[in-house]
Design a binder for this molecule. Sequence first.
Ligand code: ZN
Length: 399
Amino acid sequence: MNMIEQIEQPEFIVTARKWRPLLFSDVIGQEHITNTLRNALKSNRLHHAFLFCGPRGVGKTTTARILGRAVNCLNPSADGEPCNECDNCTGVIQGRSLDIIEIDGASNTGVDDIRQLRENAKYPPSTGKYKMYIIDEVHMLSNNAFNALLKILEEPPPHLMFVFATTESHKVPATIVSRCQRYDFRRMELNSIINQLRTISAKEGITIDDKSLMQIAKKADGSMRDSQSIFDQVVSFCGNTIEYKSLTDALHLIDEEFYFRITDCISARDLNEAFVISQDVINKGYEMTETLSGLLEHLRNLLTIKATGDTKLIETSDAYRERYQQTADQFTKPDLLRYIQVINQTETSLRFASQPRIKFELALAQLASMDKMLEVKDLIEEIRKMDTLPAEQSEVKKK
Ligand SMILES: [Zn+2]
């Protein structure tokens, strides 16, 4: 239950490492890349340099390592997968391979590091067919380091391969990019993350409800690795049974319920409640900026329902769909757009505010004081009514 027990377990391995895919077919959500690589392996048409681009935690390094094993595997499968059992494969898995070398671009950024690499790269691989350098965060290399790297890329010895991974491909010089085969990794879809966490929980004997899975996946923001770190954090806090309430405590999350309370307050134009809510934000220790971006997402959900007429496009658990629909019915599109504008402006001004609390409080008060706007068609209807009123009144006067 508590964290001390967790740490004292000698065999505890973080989920992201424990469940790291060992085959191309296990890499989730990147089939467009893993299939291409397997085809290249099968037809023996591998390029000597790859650039893996994409957000963090979506499988770039994992795929590079699988590729590293696949090129040197003594017993690869017919569909291009490494066997993960031969000496070359296990060498990489156990981190003792001399042929597959991982370098962190962030801490080896200098030209000397790359010169050293160039020197070592000349020597043929020790046990495998290829020597592969995997350079993570390659955009962090210095200009001189890139120039040194370029020299090997221009005339690489036949045994040499490179995989460069980066979250910021625009920072990699065009001269390097043009010598690589570029692969763009996708952000993880919410459902892929949820399914993977569900599988892991089942295998680990952990009970977790759908609402909690959704919440973890959302917080991970498209990163599988982040989702697994958050999962570990929650397990060490909650133990093997994870319920939504304890999850929000563990992650110090703002419950969706809280945002409904805010929109209820705006809808009722309850200025008093607006001040009570901002007091609650302070008391509960919520971050102002996090609260605002959560509120923005909440309003965006309501606007989506207004625009599309249903709740299919919003990321929430089924328990909340009806509640969203009912809340959306209380507002018009122009209302929601104006609220979003106020929140956007407040978010920007919070960055420079000396008293963010006051900015936040005033923004809520402003939202709760705004007159509701009408849709254009309703507005026309209202004007029609107003037009007829004076006429009726004047008729009354005539009489
Ligand atoms: Zn093998």
